[in-house]
Design a protein around this ligand. Structure first.
Ligand code: AMP
Length: 387
């Protein structure tokens, strides 16, 4: 099947039962869709709001069952087993297709696709030997980052090379990963930003306002919207996301992570063909959330208005923040009232709170982003200097 309009009442299958699946189900339930998710963890965040098949992501029989129960299938992570993806495509309707997954699962393939779409990426080289690494380090210059081509996330599978002395050890560790490697020149960025675009099979594309992202320990901490960047950069970033969505024939969402270099150049770092943490701000601050937009796009319904209704800062709640969050939640927040901010809490229903684990997020709606940032640094929930 090439494309189809999927109307409410239909069942949407989600490969993966984490928070992204949960928020997709919340948005889709409101529109009258039913959901079934496949996830190995019983009572997963999505399984609490949808029917769940408890099985591993690579379990063919379970994937076939998901296909049987669903009118349309989507996924909430990109490392979907290629054979499972092909099987789901053959036995059900997967409007996002497996080609986009194939591209975004591998940093080198992704960079080639980005370049073909007219986007700039940081200078890079494919590395297959220590000799390659030495030559590339010489050519690109240090500092540089050695990355595994597959499987890395939140800074895992990365080695920062600051001097020639770092090369041997990085090669020794990275080559053990058993995947292709890529060396990237270190971009001295002024800011990290991201743009989420949605495209439906008919070709309609819409973008959300760029988010300015602050990471702590390689995990997203804040998304500040509107991003504190000049208007022409905002327009260029949104234009890039549209070109990428069109060039890659995206159906559904595509999150485009970018570096804004100190000289004003935009480099695309990574793509994610799914809802993205830096788009959670849309849930309370935009007329349409990224989750509703994804459902609309895969069901080939007209895309929703993406207008930003208010400045907002999204702040992630990790395992280490849960205790203080739960103490703060029942009390009246005089400081928030004084600053005129409204913290909207979203929790994902995860039973176990571990350090670094994403447990929820708060969208701090505010008259201006400075007030939201002031509230975040004043509460006792986060104790980072970066806020
Ligand atoms: P990634 O897994 O590629 O998203 O990288 C994780 C984080 O590492 C990014 O959000 C950046 O903060 C940093 N990083 C990755 N690649 C580069 C680069 N080429 N130059 C500078 N910083 C980088």
């Amino acid at each position: 099947m090439t494309s189809a309009t999927i109307l409410p009442g239909a069942t949407i299958g989600i490969l993966g039962g984490g928070q992204l699946g949960r928020m997709l189900a919340h948005a889709g339930n409101r529109l009258g869709y039913r959901f079934v998710t496949l996830d190995p963890t019983p009572d997963s965040p999505c399984g609490q709001t949808a029917r769940q098949i408890v099985a591993g992501y690579g379990d063919r029989e379970a994937a076939r069952e998901l296909a049987r129960l669903s009118d349309v299938i989507t996924y909430e992570f990109e490392n979907v087993d290629a054979e499972v993806a092909a099987m789901l495509e053959a036995e059900s309707y997967v409007p996002q297709g497996s080609a986009l997954l194939y591209t975004t699962q591998h940093r080198l393939r992704e960079k080639h696709a980005l370049e073909a779409a007219g986007a700039r990426v940081a200078p890079y080289a494919e590395i297959a030997s220590l000799q390659d690494l030495r030559e590339a380090a010489e050519r690109l210059g240090l500092p540089a980052i050695l990355k595994t081509a597959t499987g890395g996330y939140d800074g895992k599978g990365q080695w920062v090379l600051r001097s020639a002395d770092d090369l041997d050890r990085a090669w020794e560790e990275a080559s053990r990963a058993g995947t292709a490697l890529v060396l990237e020149k270190f971009v001295r960025f002024a800011k990290e930003i991201s743009v989420i675009a949605a495209r439906r099979p008919s070709g309609e594309v819409r973008t959300f306002a760029p988010a300015e992202n602050v990471h702590v320990n390689n995990i997203l901490h804040l998304s500040i919207v509107p991003a504190r960047i000049p208007d022409h950069v905002r327009a260029e970033a949104e234009g890039l996301a549209i070109s990428i969505a069109e060039s890659l024939n995206v159906v559904g969402l595509i999150a485009v992570e970018m570096f804004l270099a100190e000289d004003g150049t935009l480099y695309v770092n990574e793509l994610a063909p799914r809802p993205h943490n830096s788009g959670h701000y849309t849930m309370d601050a935009c007329r349409t959330s990224q989750f509703e937009q994804h459902i609309r796009a895969i069901c080939d319904l007209p895309l929703g208005d993406t207008s930003l209704m208010t400045p907002v800062v999204m702040v992630n709640v990790l395992g280490e923040h849960m205790e203080s969050l739960l103490q703060w939640l029942p009390a009246c927040d005089v400081e928030a009232e004084k600053l005129g901010v409204e913290p909207k809490v979203h929790l994902y229903g995860k039973a176990e709170s571990k350090t670094g684990r994403k447990m929820g997020h708060i969208n701090v709606l505010a008259p201006h982003t400075g007030a939201a940032l002031a509230w975040i640094s004043q509460t006792d929930i986060w104790r980072y200097d970066e806020a």
